[in-house]
Write a protein that binds this ligand. Structure first.
Ligand code: LM2
Ligand code: CA
Length: 482
């Protein structure tokens, strides 16, 4: 469950948070496929409680009311069409699977597909689930449970959401039926939401019953779904991410926290020389890596002070480092803009999601940030694809916040987070030539719209990154010379 089954030469997935299926299908064909993205994490596709009393917050999608494929992102036909078109474009789909709990506690009880529930009786007729399918006696997770009591973290309710008993044969059957239907429709894997709140043994039993990926969608015979389990583990809790890493991959929340500290100026870039397991992270293959996610970019979840699109220069620096560096399997966040941390995606007065507009410079409009369409970010996805399996060599730093390194003979990257200029002759490990920096510009009609770096026969080049430059990184790679 640790292989994402990307098409060959692809390395990176993006979370298209709250996007509609039709828009994702179009994005696969017009942008993600051609630009070499490996896959997409989609928002939960199963029916959720529509929370009108809070003006349809983003988090209503974490309140399942059934496993019918009907949400504000689209219906089952649209879902099926999206998966087929994205796979045809070489882009895999990963489903955010909410299997720890069902919705509960609200004054309204109608789902996005019209299903209803009777919360007081734990009754979800559209599955159906009843009282026996939930943990008993009912309890709610308290703050200090995370330190003391793994059993309460697993068997009590996460913020009042009705807690399913994954130890039950019937519940396992309903969950695997839902996940196998998605596999048969062509998805490549799953994010397991709230994995910390489920027993590893129960998850293992569920994973073992999942179908192989659908060969009609280009997967090889016997391919197992990629699974990355969401376990927030910054250390010191009763539940450790190590309990899950033998089963499948795990979200490495320490990664984005530490990288944010570096690019925030709270830690020096030079320490990144041994970034990876030496920092207490999971093994590279086990780790789903990211700077921010849909929770911590808005103060939900855990691990405050994460860099986001709102601090664009530092954020692009951190993302460029993540994509240039070989550790982990990176995931990009693609957001809608927000001030209110509870607000849902751009929507009309009926609560229908408004599609992103696509501007002529590749960026998005209509309230969508589309970090994945920022040149500094999508061109670093291409850098990572070119760097492939190479390691880091020729690390250089100035003893504080100016660093540079090569990826074999495939690519070279430099960063300046000091408040003085970087202007140094450095080894790039690239063949002699004139290279177009993929951060400040792009190759266009045999020219380059950004900085041109001249690499000599000895592989060295003069690297300039002004403290006041628009971006703090510079990156060149094979295929970008003229
Ligand atoms: C996750 N990972 O483990 C998701 O990444 C996270 O976004 C989900 O929380 C959470 N687990 C449950 O799937 C979000 C949001 C919560 C929200 C829940 C459910 O961060 O604030 O809780 O979704 O919608 C909301 C209310 C909360 C209320 C709860 C239950 O904010 O006050 O608690 O619903 O009705 C009484
Ligand atoms: Ca649970």
């Amino acid at each position: 469950h640790k292989d994402p089954h990307y098409m060959s030469g692809r390395t990176t997935m993006v979370h298209l948070f709250e996007w509609k299926w039709d828009d994702i299908a179009a994005e696969c064909e017009r942008f993600l496929g051609p630009r070499g993205f490996g896959g997409i994490q989609i928002s939960p596709p199963n029916e959720n409680l529509a929370i009108r009393s809070r003006n349809r917050p983003w988090w209503e999608r974490y309140q399942p009311i059934s496993y019918r494929l009907v949400t504000r992102s689209g219906n089952e036909q649209q879902f099926e069409n999206m998966v087929r078109r994205c796979n045809n474009a070489g882009v895999r789909i990963y489903v955010d699977a909410i299997i720890n709990h069902m919705t509960g506690t609200w004054g309204e009880n109608v789902g996005t597909g019209g299903s209803t529930a009777d919360f007081n009786n734990w009754y979800y007729p559209a599955v159906p689930y009843g009282r026996n399918d939930f943990n008993s006696p009912q309890c709610v997770i308290q703050g200090n449970d995370y330190q003391c009591c793994a059993d309460r973290v697993r068997n009590c309710e996460l913020s009042g959401l009705k807690d399913l008993n994954q130890g039950s044969e019937y519940v396992r059957g309903k969950i695997t039926e839902y996940m196998n239907r998605l596999i048969d429709l062509g998805v490549a894997g799953f994010r397991i939401d709230a994995a910390k709140h489920m027993w590893p043994g129960d998850l293992s039993a569920i994973y073992s019953r999942l179908n192989n990926l659908n060969t009609n969608h280009g997967f090889s015979h016997g391919a197992r779904p990629y699974i990355y389990q969401e376990v927030i583990d910054l250390g010191g809790e009763a539940v450790s991410r190590n309990e899950y890493s033998s089963l499948a991959a795990v979200t490495e929340f320490k990664y984005g926290m530490e990288l944010s500290r570096c690019f925030n100026g709270q830690n020096q870039l030079r320490w990144l020389v041994n970034f990876g397991p030496n920092w207490g992270f999971l093994a590279s293959n086990d780790a789903l890596t990211f700077v921010d996610n849909h929770d911590n970019q808005r103060g939900h979840g855990a691990g405050g002070n994460i860099l986001t699109h709102k601090r664009a220069k530092q954020y692009k620096g951190a993302i460029a480092f993540m994509l240039a560096h070989p550790y982990g399997r990176p995931q990009l966040m693609s957001s809608f803009s927000f001030h209110d941390t509870e607000a849902g995606p751009p929507m009309d007065s009926n609560g229908n999601i408004i599609s992103p507009a696509i501007n002529s410079d590749n960026t998005c409009g209509n309230g969508w940030v589309c970090e994945h369409r920022w040149r500094q970010i999508y061109q670093m996805v291409a850098f990572r694809n070119v760097a492939g399996n190479t390691g880091i060599n020729d690390w250089w730093d100035n003893g504080s916040n100016q660093i540079a390194f090569c990826r074999g003979g495939q690519g070279f990257v430099a960063f300046n987070n000091d408040n003085w200029d970087l202007n140094t002759n450095l080894q790039t490990c690239l063949p002699a030539g004139r290279y177009c920096d993929v951060i400040s510009g792009e190759k266009r009609n045999n020219g380059c719209t950004g900085k041109v770096i001249t690499v000599g026969g000895d592989g060295r080049a003069q690297i300039v990154l002004g403290a006041n430059d628009y971006d703090m990184a510079l990156a060149i790679h094979r295929g970008q010379d003229s």
